[in-house]
Design a binder for this molecule. Structure first.
Ligand SMILES: *Cc1c(COP(=O)(O)O)cnc(C)c1O
Length: 383
C-alpha cells in the first residue's frame, strides 16, 4: 500500500477484510482479555489496556497517513500530550508555542510544572526562538501549527533544524490540518500529535488522541507509559474512528472549499473588522502556509466590529452554526474562545496574544456554503 495515494490508504490500510469470516468491515474486539494456550503463550494480545486488534488497525491506518513507522492512539488528545511529558526525564525543559490549544496550555502551566520547566514563546519568530533555544536549552520544542485560535503558522522545517542543533525533540500538534493537509514528520519533526476528536474522526461522536513517529526508542518509551498509566482508547471508539476516517480526504476537501468561500464573504463584510484564514493572501504567513501545507483547512477566525455585546448578539443568532466547543466535525460550529475554549488562559495573557472579546472562531462544516453564509448574514443583521 506504501506507494498508493492518501485517498486509497485512508480506506484500505487497517481496513483489510476479516480473515476468519471475510467480513468487509473489521470486527469490534470488545474484549478485555485474551485466552493463552500455555502461560505466556498468546497471539500477540494479552490485555486490552496494552493491545487490542481493533485499535491496532486504527494505529496502522494513522501511521500510514502520517508516513510514520509507529502510531499509538490514546483516550484523548490531552492524554497523548500527557504521555509525551512522562516520557521525558524529570526536570526537563520544554519550549512551547505561546498560542496553543487552551487545554494544552492548562496541562503544561497547571499540571506539569512540578515535574518539568516550561517556557512559552512565539514559535513563529525564528530569530527569537533560536535565542530562546540557545539560552533555555530545552529537551523538547512543542509546536502547534496553525495555532488555535489565531491560526499563526510556525515553520516546521526551520524549527526542526534549530531544535536538532540543540538536541531537542520537536512535537507538532497537527490537529487543525489533519494528515491530509500537513505531514510534519516529512519536514523534520520527531512526533506528530492529533486530537482524533476533531477532523480525523470528523463526526463529533468520539474523543481520542494519536501520536505518530519513526523512532523505535520513542516507541518503547511511549508504549511503557501508555501501558503503565492506562489512557487507552476503547475498542468501540477505535472502530468508530476507523469508520469516520474513511471519508477524511473528501471531508477535508469539502471543509476547505467552504472555508475559502466563507473567508472571502467575511473579508468583504461591513460588520467584520478582520479575517484570519491561512488561504487568504492577507494572512501574514500565506507564503509559508502554501509551502508547508497541502491545503488551508476548515478553520476561520474573525474579529467582529464591536466588543462582547456585539459578539453575544451574533452568537445568539446563528442557527446552522452550532455554538459549541470542539471543531472538525461535518457540522459547522462557532466558538467564542475568550469565554469558552480559552477561558483557562488568564485574561491578561489572552489580551496580549490577541484573543479579544470580539474574536470568533468558525469550524466550517461540509454543509452547503450558501446556506452557511445565509446563516452568518442573518446573525450579522441582528448585531
Ligand atoms: C482538542 C484539541 C486538543 C485536545 O484534544 P482532546 O481530544 O480534546 O483531549 C489538542 N490540540 C488541539 C489543537 C485541539 O484542538
Amino acid at each position: 500500500m506504501k506507494n498508493m495515494k492518501f485517498e486509497t490508504r485512508v480506506i484500505h490500510v487497517g481496513g483489510e477484510p476479516d480473515p476468519t469470516t471475510g467480513a468487509i468491515m473489521p470486527p469490534i474486539y470488545q474484549t478485555s482479555t485474551y485466552v493463552q494456550s500455555s502461560p505466556g503463550e498468546h497471539k500477540g494480545y494479552e490485555y486490552t489496556r496494552s493491545h487490542n486488534p481493533t485499535r491496532t488497525r486504527l494505529e496502522e491506518c494513522l501511521a500510514s497517513l502520517e508516513n510514520a513507522k509507529h502510531c499509538f492512539v490514546t483516550a484523548s488528545g490531552l492524554s497523548a500530550s500527557t504521555l509525551i511529558m512522562h516520557m521525558l526525564p524529570k526536570g526537563s525543559k520544554i519550549i512551547c508555542g505561546d498560542d496553543v490549544y487552551g487545554g494544552t496550555y492548562r496541562l503544561f502551566a497547571k499540571v506539569f510544572p512540578d515535574i518539568h520547566e516550561f517556557k512559552f514563546v512565539d514559535t513563529t519568530d525564528l530569530k527569537n526562538l533560536e535565542k530562546e533555544i540557545q539560552a533555555f536549552k530545552p529537551a523538547l520544542v512543542w509546536l502547534e501549527t496553525p495555532t488555535n485560535p489565531l491560526l499563526k503558522i510556525s515553520d516546521i522545517a526551520a524549527v526542526s533544524v534549530l531544535a536538532k542543533k540543540a538536541n531537542a525533540l520537536v512535537v507538532v500538534d497537527n490537529t487543525f490540518m489533519s494528515p491530509f493537509f500537513q505531514n510534519p514528520l516529512d519536514q523534520g519533526a520527531d512526533i506528530v500529535l492529533h486530537s482524533m476528536t476533531k477532523f480525523i474522526n470528523g463526526h463529533s461522536d468520539v474523543v481520542g488522541g494519536a501520536m505518530m513517529f519513526n523512532s523505535d526508542e520513542i516507541r518503547e518509551k511511549i508504549f511503557f507509559y501508555q501501558n503503565a498509566i492506562g489512557p487507552c482508547h476503547s475498542p468501540f471508539d477505535s472502530w468508530l474512528v476507523l469508520r469516520g476516517i474513511k471519508t477524511l480526504a473528501i471531508r477535508m476537501k469539502a471543509h476547505e472549499q467552504n472555508a475559502f468561500k466563507i473567508s472571502n464573504f467575511l473579508e468583504n463584510h461591513p460588520k467584520v473588522e478582520k479575517v484570519v484564514y491561512p488561504g487568504l493572501k492577507s494572512h501574514p504567513q500565506y507564503e509559508l502556509a502554501k509551502k508547508q501545507m497541502k491545503g488551508f483547512g476548515g478553520m476561520i477566525t474573525f474579529f467582529l466590529k464591536g466588543g462582547i455585546n456585539e459578539s453575544r448578539r451574533f452568537l445568539e443568532n446563528v442557527k446552522l452554526f452550532a455554538l459549541a466547543e470542539s471543531l472538525g466535525g461535518v457540522e459547522s460550529l462557532v466558538d467564542h474562545p475568550a469565554i469558552m475554549t480559552h477561558a483557562s488562559i488568564p485574561k491578561a495573557v489572552r489580551e496580549q496574544l490577541g484573543i479579544h472579546d470580539n474574536l470568533i472562531r468558525l469550524s466550517v462544516g461540509i454543509e452547503d456554503s450558501d446556506d452557511l453564509m445565509a446563516d452568518l448574514e442573518y446573525a450579522f443583521s441582528k448585531v
